[in-house]
Design a protein around this ligand. Structure first.
Ligand code: 13P
Ligand code: SF4
Length: 341
């Protein structure tokens, strides 16, 4: 695998929202959730939430899942309104798949540092240098970037998508350099050229933290999201035996839940954003989980609160729309992924 361009600084491209503390009592939460469910019925709305959402938002949702399952759920829904409790690129994906439905994102500050790391202009310039390469875009990209891509993928199916591309074709893989490394290792391909983007949250999940947890809990299974900054080092550590090779896994958020359900292990180190802990504790009360980085919080995801969902359902705003020409081209890349998934 090779890298595309020198490492730029992406931090200047986005503003991280302040994380608001919500001090609702249990009774207030219950009343707001009831109001949301009543509004969903009134509006014929479905509420989709990502695993990184606040616990009280996950608890009121119709479905809680990873990016792939949320796209599949959006593609199948009969609802007139989709309330996306996630970030902007996820709502855009739903709007591309369902142009006749109203897709709401309760807070427009819900961006994504990874999606911000590549613009359509940058992708065009990169493609011009390697015009014969196949472009695989992670779902964490804008609709305009997807429109310039051949395939879309998520962390749950990136290796599958790459395997579907003839072995002799070079691949421009964007924008996550850590996911690109995992996919190159999983597929054994040397012709993947990685864009140097990263998620500011997952980048902070470091190999030393993984090794430290293992020293404290020698029997754990190590579950790491492929966006983590530690992936290359952890893959090497799994090879040299510093981390247990048969107990180190690179998984999407949904993949983690599935893996834990199938595993006989009782203790897990979890390398991803902390919102997932809510589902883990809820679904597996008898198992124990240790976050690899206890500070891994996505401020973009936490902008969505119960109050903002209520306001969004009452006013049917903010609505996410994608211009038809971009949507039509982006849909090709998303559809290719969904067909493979
Ligand atoms: P998943 O598709 O694994 O849920 O990941 C989405 C994401 O934004 C990770 O940061
Ligand atoms: Fe984007 Fe990272 Fe937040 Fe996921 S955790 S939505 S990749 S900023």
């Amino acid at each position: 695998m090779s890298s595309a361009v020198a490492q730029p600084s992406f931090e200047a491209r986005y503003t991280l929202p302040a994380i608001e503390t919500v001090a609702d009592t249990a009774e207030e939460i219950r009343r707001k959730q009831e109001r949301i469910r009543a509004l969903c019925t009134e509006r014929n709305a479905v509420l989709l939430a990502h695993h990184y959402q606040r616990p009280e938002v996950q608890d009121v949702a119709d479905a809680v899942a990873d990016s792939l399952k949320l796209s599949q759920a959006a593609a199948k829904t009969n609802a007139d309104v989709i309330v996306f409790c996630g970030v902007h690129f996820m709502a855009e994906t739903a709007a591309i798949l369902l142009p006749d439905k109203k897709v709401l994102l309760p807070d427009l500050r819900a961006g994504c540092s990874l999606a911000a790391s590549i613009t359509p202009e940058e992708l065009l310039a990169w493609k011009a240098k390697l015009p014969d390469a196949v472009v695989v875009a992670y779902i964490n990209t804008s609709a305009a970037v997807k429109a310039l891509s051949d395939y879309c993928c998520t962390s749950a199916n990136a290796a599958k998508v790459v395997r579907a591309i003839p072995a002799d074709r070079s691949i421009l893989f964007l924008p996550d350099k850590f996911l690109a490394e995992v996919v190159a290792r999983q597929t054994g391909r040397s012709n993947i050229i990685a864009y140097p983007g990263y998620c500011h949250v997952h980048k902070t999940i470091r190999p030393e933290q993984a090794v430290e947890i293992l020293a404290e809990h020698p029997d754990i299974e190590m579950l790491l999201h492929p966006e983590c900054g530690c992936v290359s080092s952890c893959m090497a550590k799994a090879m040299d035996g510093t981390l247990p090779q048969d107990r180190t896994f690179f998984l999407s958020t949904e993949g983690m839940l599935r893996h834990i359900g199938d595993s006989s292990a009782t203790e897990f180190a979890v390398g991803t954003e902390l919102g997932i802990m809510h589902q883990l504790h809820k679904k597996f009360p008898d198992k124990t989980f240790y976050p690899v980085n206890p500070d891994a919080t996505c401020a973009f995801m936490k902008t969505i609160t119960l109050d903002r969902i209520i306001r969004s359902l009452e006013t049917l705003t903010p609505q996410i729309q994608v211009p038809a020409e971009i949507a039509c081209k982006a849909k090709r890349a998303i559809d290719r992924m969904l067909e493979l998934a």
